[in-house]
Design a protein around this ligand. Structure first.
Ligand code: 2RA
Length: 355
């Protein structure tokens, strides 16, 4: 019997991409059950070429389910993940609720696939999309040179904040269109956005159109954002380097989908560009696009909708012989969320069917 899959949060931005991914990857699933909040129950969504009715989240929807993928807010995962696990499903969760729980593995299939086997709570976590965007590239380099320090700046897309983030960016872009003087006087973009969009709540703490916003997540101690602390803690856990030195600055940019990172990575052994490039070319999920003389490097607008992690601008840090600088782009809704979750779920499916 093929395993039964539940997709919880099927109607969100990640859920929508997930249904596309499930429709195009090798079909390892028997029944696929779609689950969302009561508000969306009864809606029909297309998966594997069929219309499937969305069911409201309730304990019974997990009966007979082998694997349950969750893409819902932390508090919903916290409450319902254990309910699904208690009913026998292996939960693959994309929220932040369980990622740092020592009894919950945090998995990137290209980096630490065997971690899925140690899941005493029946829950496996999917990393945050910002961390995930650089993990398979860094995992490939770490295997050969031993990563010791990581300094990163992120350039995060609006869809990291879900469909409300996408909708807000488009609304702001419309609000600032048509006035070629905007962006030349202090506060003019903010005023134009406020005049057109009024009090409509935004997931971003400043206008994103014609701007960059050095903030993602919530405020933690000493001025750090939750997103920056996740990059640090999750990188350590996934790569299995508890004392990895990490410093991150997370920034939102007016891009719809695909996160980018400027990475300054330091290794135990001296590292040269050509050898690093070779290791990245050989990493199955990484594509190297690095020919600046011809204007070739990854950009979000070009790589959105694709599965790989794209790496370019690979340089030897001039004053640091053990350090590489590189630029990484990855679709935050695919490898950053739905695709990695699907890959983990497929590993579990293979395990359950004894393959
Ligand atoms: C963001 N990483 O980009 C978050 C979402 N998971 O906002």
């Amino acid at each position: 019997r093929k395993p039964v899959l539940a997709v919880v949060g099927a109607t969100g931005a990640v859920g929508t991409v997930m249904l596309g991914i499930l429709s195009t990857r090798e079909d390892v699933w028997g029944e696929i059950r779609l689950v969302a909040s009561a508000r969306s129950a009864g809606k029909k969504l297309r998966v594997r070429g069929e219309d499937v009715e969305v069911q409201a989240l309730a304990p019974e929807v997990f009966d007979g389910v082998d694997v349950a993928m969750f893409d819902v807010p932390d508090e919903v995962s916290l409450e319902w993940g254990p309910v699904a696990a208690a009913r026998g499903a292996v939960v693959v969760d994309n929220s932040g609720a369980f990622r740092m729980d020592p009894d919950v593995p945090l998995v990137v299939p290209e980096v630490n696939p065997s971690a899925i086997r140690n899941r005493p709570r029946g829950i496996i976590s999917n990393p945050n999309c910002t961390t995930l965007t650089m993990m398979d590239a860094l995992g490939a380099l770490h295997r050969q040179w031993g990563l010791t320090e990581l300094v990163v700046a992120s350039y995060q897309a609006a869809s990291g904040a879900g469909q409300p983030g996408i909708d807000r960016l488009h609304a702001e872009l419309e609000a600032v269109s048509g006035d070629a003087t905007l962006g030349t006087r202090p506060g003019d973009v903010r005023t134009a956005v406020a005049e057109r969009l009024g009090d409509e709540p935004s997931p971003f703490p400043a206008p994103l159109a014609l701007n960059v916003v050095p903030w993602a997540g919530s405020l933690k101690d000493d001025g750090w954002s939750s997103e920056e602390l996740k990059v640090r803690a999750e990188s350590r856990k996934i790569l299995g380097i508890p004392d990895l030195k990490v410093s991150a600055t997370c920034v939102r940019v007016p891009v719809v989908t695909t996160h980018s990172l400027a990475v300054h990575a330091t290794f135990q052994k001296p590292i040269k560009v050509e050898a690093a490039r070779q290791a990245l070319v050989e990493a199955p999920s990484v594509v190297v696009l690095d020919d600046p003389a011809n204007g070739d490097f990854p950009t979000p607008a070009d790589v959105v909708g694709s599965d790989p992690t794209w790496v370019g601008r690979i340089r030897q840090a001039l004053d640091f012989p053990h350090t590489l600088d590189l630029f990484v782009c990855g679709d935050n809704l695919r490898k950053g969320a739905a695709l990695n979750t699907a890959q983990i779920a497929e590993l579990v499916a293979a395990e359950l069917s004894g393959r």
